[in-house]
Design a protein around this ligand. Structure first.
Ligand code: AMP
Length: 222
């Protein structure tokens, strides 16, 4: 590779994705040169000068990779489904940041009865596409209310009958007197790749993709 070639860039979001990806990167021989928690830098160099990390909002990871602002990214399936996945190659399920996408309601709300009576429901969510497709598959008419956070509040305040949200331990639902009434899909984080980058920078990218895939497989097998 010529010295002037820009580094290969991996887009990650801070928090669970970053924390869970770090051990996989380490197995692929990559270590961040600085701790993002102690810095305001958004571009993080690694021990390998030809690879750098880019810290972006979780919902922006697919967009950066789609338009070549990053060559690789790690993105939750929830985020990818909302984005649509256009222009992205998704070679590896990393099996990290696992959780479930569910429909949840107040403990005293009879969801099965509402479904059986084909009642028109109000559903609050930030996962509009996922929710629309889920309820359409069930043949239910649903008024979707877009929220950007704290969806648990919607059924408690009468804003909505149900929410579509991610659940991990279930503690947040429980603390707010909500219950999961329907599973929509398991969620985990995927490696996403810009196809043009793969063509032009395959010599650097392919070994990295393989190493991350192997690290994820080994982790799953252990
Ligand atoms: P929990 O209380 O462990 O069920 O976690 C539920 C809260 O964490 C909800 O606000 C979810 O939106 C969020 N959450 C859980 N798992 C994930 C994940 N893998 N990615 C993003 N957010 C998550």
């Amino acid at each position: 590779m010529a010295d002037s070639a820009p580094p290969v860039t991996i887009a990650l979001s801070k928090g669970r994705i970053y924390d869970d990806t770090l051990p996989l990167l380490a197995e692929a021989g990559l270590r961040p040169a600085i701790d993002p928690e102690r810095s305001r830098r958004l571009i993080i160099p690694t021990n390998r000068p030809e690879v750098q990390l880019l810290l972006v909002r979780a919902t922006d990871v697919p967009t950066y990779v789609q338009f070549g602002g990053a060559d690789l990214g790690v993105s939750g399936k929830d985020v990818l489904d909302e984005h649509g996945g256009e222009g992205l190659y998704q070679p590896v399920d990393l099996g990290i940041a696992r959780c479930r996408m569910v429909v949840a309601a107040r403990a005293d709300f009879d969801y099965p009865a509402a479904v059986a009576q084909r009642r028109r429901l109000r559903a609050a969510t930030k996962f509009e596409r996922t929710a629309r497709e889920h309820f359409a598959r069930k043949g239910l008419h649903v008024d979707l209310i877009k929220l950007y956070g704290s969806m648990e509040l919607a059924p408690l305040t009468g804003l909505a009958d149900v929410i579509v949200d991610l659940v991990d331990t279930g503690n947040t639902l429980k603390a707010n007197n909500l219950v999961a009434v329907e599973d929509i899909a398991p969620v985990s984080a995927r490696l996403v790749v810009n196809p043009a980058s793969l063509r032009t920078r395959g010599a650097t990218l392919r070994p990295l993709i393989d190493a991350l895939g192997n690290a994820a497989a080994a982790r799953r097998a252990s």
